[in-house]
Write a new protein. Structure first.
Length: 101
């Protein structure tokens, strides 16, 4: 028994919507980073689903590149958050001006 691809695409759309709404609504930098990761994982799920539906490995190869970009984004983002947390007790998106020279 196999799950149809429409279910995976619907799940990816819901995950992407939750991530986009979280990114727009929340002001905490850590939550915003998690929302961006959720959106990237939704895109990965879409790529793998279309790769499976079309019997092509290209989508699965592209997922590896997206995961590399996501890992680099997490490293840079967490570095910025740590730099903000050293100066203030909490970090919001409005506090990024603190990092200026």
């Amino acid at each position: 028994m196999s799950v149809p691809g429409d279910w995976f695409l619907t799940l990816a759309a819901v995950l992407f919507t939750v991530g986009a709404l979280g990114l727009l609504v929340r002001r905490n930098v850590l939550v915003m980073l998690m929302c961006v990761e959720l959106m990237l994982n939704a895109a990965n799920l879409t790529l793998v689903t279309f790769s499976r539906m079309l019997n092509d490995i290209g989508g699965q190869v592209l997922v590896f590149f997206v995961l590399v970009v996501a890992a680099a984004e997490v490293v840079v983002g967490l570095g910025l958050v740590v730099a903000i947390f050293r100066r203030k007790a909490n970090a919001t998106a409005d506090d990024l001006h603190i990092l200026k020279g």
